[in-house]
Design a protein around this ligand. Structure first.
Ligand SMILES: Cc1cc2nc3c(=O)[nH]c(=O)nc-3n(C[C@H](O)[C@H](O)[C@H](O)COP(=O)(O)OP(=O)(O)OC[C@H]3O[C@@H](n4cnc5c(N)ncnc54)[C@H](O)[C@@H]3O)c2cc1C
Ligand code: FES
Length: 269
């Protein structure tokens, strides 16, 4: 587990709408950026008052030197306030928090498959950047990235993954782009049709039902999977036990022992 986190007053570099309720925010957080790893997250105090009282968790989506980026969707009060924050203002941020993904070194016969549902793209883009940067990719290995969304317009980050050299496949619920159906249905087809001699490893982030199905597929096809859970959090730093999940080793805190778990660890309700 990576223990070192900082509380920083982070200057907002930009905070702009990318589409409808989706926003990107970049902030200057030198100490957080110096230690951040893919799969870790930030606890953000969205406003200057005590309303809302609780910080909100967001995955680290990108690093740019001393700057940290998040990608977020406005869902309720906290994210609504966040979306109104302006360039030059300061946010109180704690991070990097949580354990992050374990980067599996690639060999010539290993296919890494990244599976994102909705906002699940955020930590996986950072992961893909890190895998490429640290040369966890052999010349013959392409990262396969599966992105699921409700409709074409809600597909996030496909171009960014392509720029990194990933092969991107899309699934939309309404069939407006790519495969029609759930991203886990697409994954099932990919697993059935890729050469059985090639080893695979899965990294996934998205809604709980998606991760539950990925866990089932990873057992069925005997493929290791790391999944990043997005449970509701209160304190975000391991103190309140508000985010526990049932695992083979007892209850674990998503904010502290997670958010990334081996899929076979989780006991799904
Ligand atoms: C480790 C972690 C990383 C996350 N990373 C991102 C990210 O990169 N981008 C992003 O947009 N969101 C992310 N989230 C979810 C984000 O924290 C919530 O959307 C946010 O806290 C909602 O705050 P709110 O005040 O706007 O909404 P609330 O008023 O608190 O809730 C509005 C609605 O959103 C639902 N909701 C709230 N929190 C969650 C949650 N954690 N999971 C599922 N549904 C939730 C509520 O049930 C309610 O229906 C992450 C959550 C966790 C735990
Ligand atoms: S949110 Fe408090 S222990 Fe995880």
């Amino acid at each position: 587990m990576r223990e070192k986190a900082f509380q920083e007053k982070s200057k907002i570099i930009f905070n702009h709408r990318i589409y409808q309720d989706y926003f990107k925010m970049k902030m200057l957080s030198a100490r957080i950026a110096s230690r951040a790893l893919p799969g870790q997250f930030l606890e953000v105090k969205v406003g200057d008052s005590n309303e809302p009282l609780l910080r909100r968790p967001f995955s680290i989506y990108r690093l740019d030197g001393a700057k940290v980026e998040i990608l977020y969707e406005v869902l309720g009060k906290g994210t609504e306030i966040l979306s109104q924050r302006k360039t030059g203002e300061y946010l109180d941020v704690i991070g990097p928090l949580g354990n992050g993904f374990n980067l599996i070194p690639n060999t010539y016969d290993l296919i890494p498959i990244l599976v994102a549902g909705g906002m699940g793209v955020a930590p996986l883009l950072f992961l893909a950047e890190k895998l490429v940067e640290t040369k966890h990719q052999t010349p013959n290995t392409k990262y396969l990235t599966l992105i699921g969304a409700k409709t074409k317009k809600q597909i996030l980050c496909a171009e960014e993954f392509k720029k990194l050299g990933c092969v991107v496949k899309i699934a939309t619920d309404d069939g407006s782009e790519g495969f029609k159906g759930k991203v886990t249905d697409l994954l099932r087809i990919v697993l059935r049709t890729t050469h059985s001699a090639q080893r695979k490893t899965l990294y996934a982030c998205g809604p709980r039902p998606m991760l539950k199905e990925i866990s089932r597929l990873s057992t069925k096809y005997n493929i290791p999977a790391q999944i990043s859970l997005e449970e509701h959090m209160a304190c975000g730093i391991g103190a309140c036990l508000g985010c526990v999940v049932k695992t083979q080793q007892g209850y674990k805190r998503v904010c502290k022992e997670g958010p990334v778990f081996n899929a076979d660890e989780i006991i799904w309700g």
